[in-house]
Write a protein of this length. Sequence first.
Length: 329
Amino acid sequence: MIQFAKSSLFSLLTIGLSLPLAAQEHDLRIQATKGTTVWLKQHMVMSQTMEIAGQEMETAQDKTTVLQFTVKDVEADGTLVVETNVARIYGSMQMPMGMGDVEYDSAEAAADKDDEAGGGFMPSPGQMGKMQTMLAGKKFLAKVKANGKVASLEGVAELLKKPAGGRGGMPQAELSEDTLRHMVESAFGSVPEKPAAVGATWDHRVEEGQGMPAAAIKVTLAKVDSDAYEISSTGTIEPPKPSKDAADERAAMLESLKIANSKFTGTGRMSRTDGFVLAVKHMVEMDASMESPMGGEMSMKVKSTNTIERTTAEAAAPKKAAAPADAPK
């Protein structure tokens, strides 16, 4: 009887000690304070192989966006008022059909190439560069809930004005609220709505924007430290939303878009001190098909890698040209 009592007591103590450790939940909601400023660098590398009427074409893009996020205020319910400063955008694009490469950098004065007309549905190289950097130097406010989701945008009316149409039969890129929301929300990663234990999962959705389609994602809490937490994620890609603009010549093409074999994978580490991303990496692969502007169908294979990491204000400035070797010292 005494032996049974000792064994039972030992088992109960063991269970009692292990349960809190195994099921400990963590409140990971954003804890940023007024005045917090974070610099982030978003880097996207994307390649696309298209086949049209038996001909294969390749395009590629390497784009870096340097952003400054500042918490201007914290409301009574924990909602953050966040100012986004798009400090610099730079990169390059490999164009199809022998059109060459396009390089752009919002921190440098670029030659005006608008007179270099594009062909068919393609704008000129100069127009392409301006499309990619059109947000550079702009600021806007967003109200961000404690779960990292944007509740509203402020001061974006001018940014969302539709630009004039470009040459080559293709209108210039048009910004949307989804694009701006995605830019802000990507700075916070994926935050669980409720306290969560390691191993917990939750659904997360990335809206299309910044050159990326929408994705439906399942997130898993992989690790929690006192100052940061880590997640892993998997998901699938969704077709882009059709344009509401009847004059947009791409609308009919996008409506015919079909996506197959899509895969989204990612990892991320977020700060528990200020709630912003420390380091994130997302990879996307998908096969797609759509109606070709030249008739028939074109197929595409797309691969994209996106990383976000902390940086400094110095990254927003262009690199200084190296002094000539014979320059006086």
